[in-house]
Design a protein. Structure first.
Length: 260
């Protein structure tokens, strides 16, 4: 049973599919009408979540947990910045009726720093993460949770100095940033790695190169046994012009349906 949402203007789009495991998986993405961006005391945006809806984010994720418990399914939260993910994790830290794994992708774990000020990551560290919520008796292990809900794309031969930023390029092809984890630029400045929800990896592989500058740009999914390298973390922030365009599109359509 899905609990009713507190905000009347919010529209939910549900995706149902069956993965390699025997259990049924249901993902629910909630969108809302555009509102002003909420900011922290230091002026930084909180995940691009409107202020009056940010208080409902935890409630919505609690609803996802209830759904997972009642239907023996698996629910994946959006990718969140460290401080936001910490708040979500606190909801379920000591509960026995729901289990979770916090995954980052690329065979990494959330950084010990766990702040929004992290600009570079070392091997084995991650920043943006998501919680995979499930009924405890499903026995989902962390490796399977990461593999099934985080794909890593390798992007090569990009002229980053001349290209659009990755967040802007993703938004231009209709990819919501809440389905994107860490984006790491390597020391060569021509290659990057991107953690994404597996359901959108094919769309990114097909369209992203058209929004970037470079000769022989290639995108491929990394093997499960590959590690995400160290590098500079790209800030997940849209340009003001593109931000307004995305919000206008949401307003006109009422919701944005995300698909792979």
């Amino acid at each position: 049973m899905v609990l009713p949402l507190a905000v009347a203007s919010r529209t939910c789009v549900a995706f149902q599919f069956t993965n390699k495991h025997s259990h049924h998986v249901r993902r629910t993405l909630c969108q809302s009408q555009p509102h002003p961006i909420t900011r922290r005391s230091d002026g930084r945006a909180i995940n691009n979540i409107p202020k009056h809806l940010y208080s409902t984010l935890l409630s919505d994720i609690e609803s996802q947990a209830t759904l997972a418990i009642d239907t023996w399914s698996i629910e994946a939260t959006p990718f969140l910045e460290p401080n936001d993910a910490n708040q979500v994790q606190e909801l379920f830290q000591h509960r026995g009726d729901v289990a979770f794994h916090r995954v980052v992708g690329g065979r990494r774990t959330p950084s010990q720093i766990l702040t929004d000020d992290t600009t570079s990551l070392s091997n084995g560290e991650g920043r943006r993460s998501r919680l995979i919520l499930f009924h405890p008796d499903l026995g989902l292990d962390s490796a399977s949770a990461e593999r099934d809900y985080c794909s890593v794309l390798r992007i090569q031969n990009v002229n980053l100095a001349s290209s659009n930023t990755f967040p802007n390029a993703l938004a231009s092809i209709g990819i919501p940033l809440e389905l994107v984890g860490d984006i790491i630029v390597t020391a060569s400045d021509n290659d990057a790695y991107m953690v994404v929800d597996p359901t959108i990896s094919k769309r990114i592989q097909r369209l992203l190169s058209k929004e970037l500058v470079g000769v022989g740009i290639s995108l491929e999914v990394c093997d499960d046994n590959e590690f995400m390298p160290s590098g500079i973390v790209q800030e997940m922030k849209l340009s003001k012009v593109l931000e307004r365009r995305v919000e206008r599109k949401k307003y006109e359509q009422g919701y944005v349906a995300f698909s792979g």
